[in-house]
Design a protein. Sequence first.
Length: 411
Amino acid sequence: MNMRALKAILVASVLMPAAHAGAADLEVTHWWTSGGEAAAVKELAKAFDATGNKWVDGAIAGSGGTARPIMISRITGGDPMGATQFNHGRQAEELVQSGLMRDLTAVAEKEKWKEIIKPASLLDSCTIDGKIYCAPVNIHSWQWLWLSNAAFKTAGVPVPKNWNEFVAAAPALEKAGIVPLAVGGQPWQTSGAFNVLMVAIAGKDVFQKVFGEKDEDVAAGPEIGKVFKAADDARRMSKGSNVQDWNQATNMVITAKAGGQIMGDWAQGEFALAGQKAGTDYTCLPGLGVNEVISTDGDAFYFPVLKDAEKSKAQEVLASTIVSPKVQVAFNLKKGSLPIRGDIDLSAANDCMKKGLDILAKGNVVRSVNQLLSADSAKQLEDLFSEFFANPSMTPDAAQKRFADIIASAD
């Protein structure tokens, strides 16, 4: 992205006349469109509307990979929304550096975000050159395996306690006509599943060396070789999924058409919407039951620079609302994610959320790939794993070589 061009666009957009919409109407763009996600968004909208402002919903279907380019195009093209979702990390880095995003430091300091938002890496990911540019709304962890208790009962085998038992149970599931592992066709799903396998099988230190330190030798080494062997197992087990969206894959687990799914804790929103109970209808294995770690991924809201003074004030109110204790409870219970603050009552959390909270309290966490890699490097990995899962003729060795090359040039 050309920074000089973006700065020119910013100047032009600021000089444009303000829109005639109501000053306190704020369009908020996001990619939360599944049933569970929509229920969580309603909590944010309800809380913001209660301030006297108006949440104008700008949902974009198709997940972040589809939505982000649209959001970025609008912001750089002089048609900014009032607020927009990104994953907290490096996705908005260039927009911030180009002066297109609002500095929220004054709001953050007034409300002591540095004291209440935990872990500190969440706010660190919003901070560029000492200034805070986003409001984290949740902690989402990718590091989960969701299992259908009914599917394993039908197959006549116990519900697995870890990834190895899950792989061993695959033949029994297949014999019962059940797809062992549901994986949707979108590239981010296969890339995310690989990253979960890496933490579980190779461990936190290897994960950090590869994605944090961009260590090509480790990426090409034997520990990652084991991860690619596990990814090969996952590829074989997912044959027959034949769905595209992540929530369609989750529905396969809910309806016992699949044994399990590697997916972030946002899947809990779908289980809740279907009336299923953690521990009774489905089982959750953080770190695939091998290495109980969670990643501090998640969502944050960024606020584009606007000329309209009243809308700008409404942006500050929304940022404050997102971080408030009451909204943190209401939103995250519906979303299946963990709150960004530890000073709130989550006694209503289900068994799986409580597992996540316990792991978080112990500090057994890794930073997310979104926090460690640029959007360009992450996209290259998405393309690789999409091809790997779709093309059985690509060997694990060949895929690992390409993986190591990407890491060697990653930023």
